[in-house]
Design a protein around this ligand. Sequence first.
Ligand code: SF4
Length: 379
Amino acid sequence: MQTRDISEVKQIWIDESVKDGIVARNVIERAAPGVAISFTDRPQEILNDFRKAGRIEDKHTLLVYKFPGKFLSSCPGSDGMVCCNYFVINFGYGCLYDCHYCFLQNYLNNPLITLFGNSDDLFAELGRRMQNQKFHFRVGTGETTDSLVLEPLSGMAELLVKHFAEIPNATLELKTKSSNVDTLLNLDHRGRTVVSWSINPPHIAEEIEVGTTTIDQRLEAARKVAKAGYRLAFHLDPVIHFEGWESAYHALIDRVFATVSPDSVAWISLGSFRYTPGLKTVMQSRFPEDWLTRGEMIQGPDGKYRYFKTIREEMYRSIREKIQSVDKRLFLYLCMETRRMWEDVFHFVPESAKNLDIGFEERRVYLDSLRPSGAGASR
Ligand code: SF4
């Protein structure tokens, strides 16, 4: 499988109103020779034209424009599922990669890739929302795009890492399937950024996470950022059920901890493959050979289809035991799962999101205690 990178981008549109901002300047400076760069004072018309053309994806066109909405929001969670009190920053929409299960295929209402060029508004909003709060925010950027896939072009993650280094009551999470970490390695991040990878057994990643880096490349990137003092996280999400899943996931965990130390890992999440009815339709039309949605699944209170409870429980339990056999102190949580599943897998149900926060906080304090003095504790 060919890894996709920013050379996929052949056409760039820049909104005149943000052309002097750092994001647009980075994009213009870093675009490869031969990429067509155009300016517009009507970015909405560009979006509308792409919408009208009716394509689901256009991985070759990037629009940098002024985002008029709020940048920071609570993770929407899912009805009837335990929530982990996570916040998300959206700095753009869309992705160069093409994972079969990606919910963006059925979520975005335009096919092109976008970046929000008004980063000053983003940082001002973060200041207003986080300053003088006693709460410790965990903030991720990988909800509506991969956090690092466009990093060599935009430099957005670099800006965020530097900004969060100055916020004592927040942890930034950059979540990726890329290996684009070079811009991060020499930053003074002060332990306030976690770089995380979504991982699956190599042959699954190869088959259904189209265009992404290999698992070995992701782990090598994780090793590099850990060496640069960042904390890591891993998301075994979506966990996929297939013949031989158990040995494949166990081998994956062995591979992770043969590459990085458990003491560099802030958290690990587990979440089973799930889809909405709308996503199933898109997946089956875009990937006719895909087998993910062909098996029998059950609809949950949030309307999403998942594997039967017994299958999910068996997978979570086996993977949890394997991870905890490496180090019992590793902090794990379930993403978008029911209270009952928490009870069955962990023999514990977080009474509230705050309750789950305690686990994140304890792990953060423990990892802080391992940082050499003077390295900049995260509080
Ligand atoms: S890396 Fe994430 S955002 Fe990109 S296609 Fe895959 S699931 Fe979607």
